[in-house]
Design a protein around this ligand. Structure first.
Ligand SMILES: Nc1ncnc2c1ncn2[C@@H]1O[C@H](COP(=O)(O)OP(=O)(O)O)[C@@H](O)[C@H]1O
Ligand SMILES: [Mg+2]
Length: 469
């Protein structure tokens, strides 16, 4: 197998799904494990938060293998928020992979394959490598042109001259044209601090030299000091990737073995075949790295919402995956107290699609592995507090009267509905030209009139009083 490319991956498309929880910064527990009022953005739900704290301790003590957590409670009681908080408590670079039970049904990919993929998205690998690099602030960047050796009128780049400045001196390098492409892709310009890996030629832009920090810049730039020491040196580089990143990077090794072309592939992941054999190969390399002390595994959190949507085949698979030595922490969530266990209809000769009802729609052998944590509905004060925290995170200003109205909706309809009305109400306030963009009660009422909750919408349909007669 070719050397495993390891590169940083940015912009996980799954992250945006967690934006509704951006105010949650952790479980907000005191050192003695008790839930405090509303720190870390979490309000109430104290028993569940404390239980999740115990789970975090169990994970740290490596006592969760073969087990999983089930958060059971009605919609909008903070199940997703709790799962996210658990992953936050485990550390900042710990992967969090949220999926919905129904997501595994696809005509292109097998169910178990889809589950496996998500398991591997939730397992991180932290790689520490000492690399020989050239690092410094770019003070000169000159491509040298030459006649096109193939004839014609075009000219090609024959070399790139680059001068790097570090604290203890400067160095002029003459680089291969392939590195020039890498430099262009990273948009390196004079005044940037970069490093070039000596043996692969991979280029990484660290940031803009802080000598330029007075420059007027529209973009938010990260300013970094001029690197210490010499330009040519050994440097420890820490990178966080998930096993799934390694799978895709290695499933499509065409287009060169250098890190930059791998990086390009990781940016736009396509559905490609990742075979069982490839995964085993990767596990072997990963294990070797771990044995050598180069890498460590960072088990993250796989969150499966609406878990009753899985079927028997997937549950069996889940049982097996939980036993694997490299398994993430699995947190399930369900808002069904009891549901029939799904059974893929193709595998039942009599065409039945489900087995008799069972608690949370889960089979007994999986139930036996679970630590079940219930979540409870919020009271009106808690709802009010959550709405205020959310308004602050979304940078909205509401009058006291508007807060009261949103709070009422939170109680009479649902917390989710109330929170969802905040942004439309803000848009309406802006449209009405309200001073300083303050949201008033009328804006919330107007939003309520425009966007219906499920109960109102359904009853309008059945009674014929709504827009359908
Ligand atoms: N105790 C809480 N404190 C602060 N915000 C909360 C709390 N519970 C829920 N939320 C927020 O309310 C919304 C709905 O909660 P969510 O976790 O999606 O519920 P569930 O997953 O149980 O349906 C989310 O924006 C969530 O961040
Ligand atoms: Mg949820």
């Amino acid at each position: 197998m070719a050397p495993m490319p390891i590169s940083e991956v940015k912009g996980n498309p799954r992250e945006n799904r967690t934006a509704a929880h951006s105010h949650i910064k952790g479980l907000g527990l005191r050192p003695d494990g008790r839930a405090e009022g509303s720190t870390s953005g979490f309000v109430g739900q104290t028993a569940a938060r404390e239980a999740c704290g115990v789970v975090v301790d169990l994970i740290r003590a490596k006592k969760m293998s073969g087990r999983a957590v089930l958060l059971a409670g009605g919609p909008g009681t903070g199940k997703t928020a709790l799962a996210m908080a658990v992953s936050q408590e485990l550390g900042t670079k710990v992967p969090f992979c949220p999926i919905v039970g129904s997501e595994i049904y696809s005509t292109e990919v097998k169910k178990t394959e889809a589950l496996m993929e998500n398991f591997r998205r939730a397992i991180g690998l932290r790689v520490r490598e000492t690399k020989e690099v050239y690092e410094g602030e770019v003070t000169e960047l000159t491509p040298e042109e030459a006649e096109n050796p193939l004839g014609g009128y075009g000219r090609t780049i024959s070399h790139l001259l680059i001068t790097l400045k570090a604290a203890k001196g400067t160095k002029k390098l003459r680089l291969d044209p392939s590195i020039y492409e890498a430099i262009q892709k990273e948009r390196v310009r004079i005044g940037d601090v970069i490093y070039i890996e000596a043996n692969t030629g991979a280029v990484k832009r660290v940031g803009r030299s802080d000598a330029y920090s007075t420059e007027f810049d529209l973009e938010a730039e990260e300013y970094v000091p001029i690197p210490k020491g010499d330009v040519h040196k050994k440097k420890e580089i820490v990178q966080d990737v998930t096993l799934h990143d390694l799978d895709i990077a290695n499933a499509r090794p065409q287009g060169g073995q250098d890190i930059m072309s791998m990086m390009g592939q990781l940016m736009k992941p396509k559905k490609t075949e990742i075979t069982e054999k490839l995964r085993l190969e990767i596990n072997k390399v990963v294990n070797k790295y771990i044995d050598q002390g180069v890498a460590e595994l960072v088990p993250g959190v796989l969150f499966i919402d609406e878990v009753h949507m899985l079927d028997l085949e997937s549950f069996t698979y889940l049982n097996r995956a939980l036993e694997s030595p490299i398994s993430p922490i699995v947190i399930l969530a369900s808002n069904r107290s009891s549901a029939p266990i799904r059974y893929s209809s193709t595998s039942l000769s009599n065409g039945e699609a489900s087995l008799p009802a069972s608690p949370h729609g889960l089979p007994p052998d999986l139930l036996a592995r679970l630590l079940i944590i219930p979540t409870h509905p919020y009271n009106s004060q808690e709802i009010d507090q959550i709405v205020r925290i959310r308004a602050r995170t979304e940078n909205l200003t509401l009058s006291e009267d508007a807060f009261a109205k949103v709070g009422e909706l939170g109680v009479s309809v649902s917390l989710r509905y109330a929170l969802q009305l905040l942004s439309p109400a803000n848009v309406l306030a802006k449209v009405s030209g309200r001073e300083a963009g303050k949201v008033e009660r009328v804006d919330v009422e107007e939003a309520e009139g425009l966007f219906w909750d499920a109960g109102r919408s359904a009853s309008a349909l059945t009674t014929g009083k709504g827009w359908i007669v």
